[in-house]
Design a protein around this ligand. Sequence first.
Ligand SMILES: *Cc1c(COP(=O)(O)O)cnc(C)c1O
Length: 356
Amino acid sequence: MTGFGDGTRCVHGGTAQPRPDSPFLASPVFGSAFHLGGSVTYGRSDNPTWRALESAIGALDGGECVVFASGMAAISALLRTCAGTIVLPSDGYFLTRQYVQAELPLKVVTAPTSGPWPAFDGVSLVLVETPSNPGLDVCDITALAAEAHAAGALVAVDNTTATPLGQRPLELGADVVVASDTKALAGHSDVVLGHITCRDAALAERLRQSRTLGGSVPGPFETWLAHRGLGTLDLRLTRQAENAAALYAALREHPMITGLRWPGSPSDPAYPLASRQMRRFNGVLTFQLPSVAAVSDFLAASQLVTAATSFGGLHSTADRRAQWGDPVPDGLVRFSAGCEDTADLVADVLAALPKE
Ligand SMILES: *Cc1c(COP(=O)(O)O)cnc(C)c1O
């Protein structure tokens, strides 16, 4: 699919050559045991539905993709390949830090996404998340990769918020992309899935092996749903980013709102770097309301915004992150603009926000 635009690649990625009587998007293959003689033997080690989605995502990310049962299954498989010291974001997805602490004999050094970075001597892996979740800070992948590579460390980027259309970390110098496809990639709040894409085919093979041995395999139906969702990612991101831009403009001067962040706005401190390294923006904003009660009142008053964790879906959602243990102020809201009509969404949010 080289030479085609994002929309075309999303629609056609991973689809089989057309054959009479076969569907455009192959149906999910549910088998656990396969007739021997070909490459697929058993449902824990391989599956044609995984291969189709891996082909589509791998082409977009620009590397070799391995799908996993969830974003955390992907991240934990990657972290299990590490030894010694690793660097993790102090402000990124908190379960990543919690997983290492609870399960792995690794020394962890943490650093905020916007830096400063620690020395990378003796570090085996540097994991960054940019834009970070939920703070939406951004770090310079190319500069970081140069520094980490000079010290002999691998660089992995959690690309969940950006999606493969928003950012291509492998092109920017990273070695590995990890992502939760539960969010915008699948995009309909009906599936949990993740993937890793590697520049190095040998590392991808090692991760496939880890998936087979560890058994954290994605269900064929979930994989198929994610592939179907990927088909409209380009369209959905366009509307979500339009909605985020309109909300940013409407909320900027709002008396009850502080700390409004959206890296896609020239007024955001992350914009100069984000606009350089990202290919396009998305629908995720962060802001603060004065209290827990103000957030509850807002969510109760809105007709269109659903209180839900997760983000990137078709429907607008908002999540007060402190309730999950994120080290952020009580009233911090991660807002995920969905695909509703822009005028409807802005009017609904403005009407629902507390006036004083
Ligand atoms: C949601 C999320 C994850 C975890 O993914 P799951 O699919 O929920 O396991 C990891 N990283 C980031 C940035 C996320 O937003």
